[in-house]
Ligand binder design. Sequence first.
Ligand code: NAP
Length: 247
Amino acid sequence: MSRIVMVTGGSRGIGAAAARLAAEQGYDVCINYNSNCEAAEAVATDVEKAGQQALVVQADTSKEADVLRLFETCDKQLGTLDALINNAGIVGHMTRMEDMQADAIDELFGINVRGYFLCAREAVRRMSTKHSGKGGTIVNTSSAAAYIGGGGEWIHYAASKGATDTMTFGLAKEVAKEGIRVNAVQPGLIETEIHATGMANRLEVMTPMVPMGRTGSAEEVAEVILWLLSDAASYVTGALVPVSGGR
Ligand code: NAP
């Protein structure tokens, strides 16, 4: 029997790479997206080409009703989850503290923090042996921004990833005896479309600051996510793993 993984924000970037790699490693994949249906369908096609089942579900992870529908659809159409990749996120626009808009802070924390909590909650309700589940694994996509701080760019984004890190090791301890491992990756400068929201040429400008002297690919992050999900990482929980070229 195939294992089942849900990838939030699975339509593009790191989530799409993780969904494709998960399929190659024998998972059926629930691919969540918010607005880019075409990209999500392209990922689903690749999952099916790898011989696995794909389910595409639109849901805004910052909205509780959407998250409930996402998990219920997955339950009904794929089966009970073995793994969650909590990944859907935004950076928002670059802004200094004195110019920060309340609505922008709310939107960012709504997706990056509230959304991660809601999805983790639904996963625990299904996976925990305390709730008659069979256990499982959760990987949160955090960011190197959590320890860099985002000053001069997006402190609100960095702080949302700090919250992700705290949730990761807190939840890991809370459910460690209930069959669930919880870990996070902290990607550095990864080649995806997310940077364009902040600055068109951000990757080019920031690359010299990476000790390895290059950007990373979404596939390189996906490899670490899939390792954390796998039985090879059976004694790893509460870990924050930088995938950042040394940054
Ligand atoms: P991306 O290429 O912009 O992809 C973002 C994904 O999140 C898309 O699938 C998007 O769906 C989805 N999404 C956005 N808002 C959503 C919402 N409200 N509900 C559901 N899905 C939503 O970004 P990425 O670089 O792969 O980023 C993925 C994660 O990695 C994020 O949490 C980000 O903070 C983190 N990260 C990225 C980097 C980097 O350098 N790229 C570094 C550190 C951390 P649609 O396609 O429908 O828009």
